[in-house]
Design a protein around this ligand. Structure first.
Ligand SMILES: Nc1ncnc2c1ncn2[C@@H]1O[C@H](COP(=O)(O)OP(=O)(O)O)[C@@H](O)[C@H]1O
Ligand SMILES: CC(=O)N[C@@H](CCC(=O)OP(=O)(O)O)C(=O)O
Length: 298
């Protein structure tokens, strides 16, 4: 073996040794991972993601995947000639839109992810919030301020739901049997209706109910950036309010951070927002001292 080969081999061994204390620390714990619709478009990224999830399971961590699919729902609605509007990052969902959302999320995307995980050597169980009574949803209430009169007005988002009750039995049963649950963000209401749930919100509620060690939200930015575009590596719930008030965080980052705050205040140890476009970003965050993305702790 040449000197160069030996050096490369040693570097690989060092990576494995560095991972050992983290593997010990996290063995037996539960990680909830939200995989967004944007990241799913790239087959190479999807394959890397599935490999990471299977590796977590192989070292004794119980991953639970919650997926999005906003862009894919949008594309299907466009094909069908149905317009979509958003309020605070939530898709206004009438009965027809709820049917399309369920079909795209629980059908195509869920099974695609199950297949990616199977191809990476894992056993995935694809379900939605409806299965095993996992998530009971209630209708989301929202108000907006009329710009002319400054008066708060109620807006009806239709069948947009938020989890009001989470029964984790199906997740624990699947994980205990060596499977990786893959959850579509659809829930059943006590009123019998089907509710479309924002995937970040769904992941946060599940992480809180499971008392997960980590909630990972994989997105398309390196994490939370300050006004100079510098990554903020550690945040506390009180920082989030300040960042919102001073306009540092806007758009989709607001519900994302609110989800993290809610999850850590409700029993999840820590939440991490990180770049799903970076190959194996999650593994680097979990198994090296370097860390990646933004960590939110209570
Ligand atoms: N301070 C900030 N740091 C990083 N991203 C931010 C910030 N403020 C707003 N954003 C926006 O939040 C987006 C992530 O939220 P969202 O689009 O809902 O992600 P996803 O589709 O992955 O759930 C980023 O693409 C970015 O445009
Ligand atoms: C109520 C609501 O907005 N639901 C989302 C569900 C999918 C989702 O959240 O997907 P991403 O994570 O890929 O954005 C939607 O209809 O787009």
């Amino acid at each position: 073996m040449s000197a160069v080969d030996t050096k490369a081999m040693l570097a690989k061994a060092e990576v494995l040794i560095e991972a050992l204390p983290y593997m010990r620390r996290y063995a037996g714990s539960t990680f909830v991972v939200k995989y967004g619709g944007h990241a799913m478009g790239d087959p190479e990224a999807a394959r890397d993601f599935a490999e990471d999830i299977v590796l977590l399971k192989a070292v004794g961590i119980n991953p639970v995947v919650v997926h999005g699919g906003g862009p894919q729902i949008g594309a299907m609605l466009k094909k069908l000639g149905v317009e979509s509007t958003f309020v605070d990052g939530l898709r206004v969902t009438d009965k027809a839109t709820a049917e399309v959302a369920e079909m795209v999320l629980s059908g195509r995307i869920n099974k695609e992810l199950v297949t990616w995980i199977a191809n990476a050597g894992g056993k995935a169980l694809g379900i939605s919030g409806k299965d095993g009574g996992l998530v009971t949803a209630t209708k989301v209430a929202r108000t907006t301020k009329d710009p002319d009169s400054n008066i708060e007005q109620a807006v009806d988002l239709g069948f947009v739901g938020e989890p009001s009750r989470v029964d984790t039995t199906i997740l624990e049963t699947a994980s205990g049997a060596g499977m990786i649950p893959v959850v579509a963000p659809i829930g059943a209401g006590e009123d019998g209706h089907t509710y479309n749930i924002n995937a970040d919100t769904m992941a946060g509620a599940i992480a809180a109910a499971l008392g997960a060690s980590r909630l990972f939200l994989l997105t398309d930015v390196p994490g939370v950036l300050d006004k100079e575009k510098v990554l903020l590596t550690d945040l506390r719930p009180s920082d989030v309010k300040r960042l919102k008030d001073d306009g540092t965080i806007t758009g989709g980052m607001i519900p994302k951070l609110e989800t993290c705050v809610h999850a850590v205040e409700a029993g999840c140890e820590a939440a991490v927002i990180l770049d799903g476009r970076v190959p194996h970003a999650m593994l680097l965050e979990i198994f090296t001292s370097k860390g990646a993305g933004t960590l939110i702790r209570a």
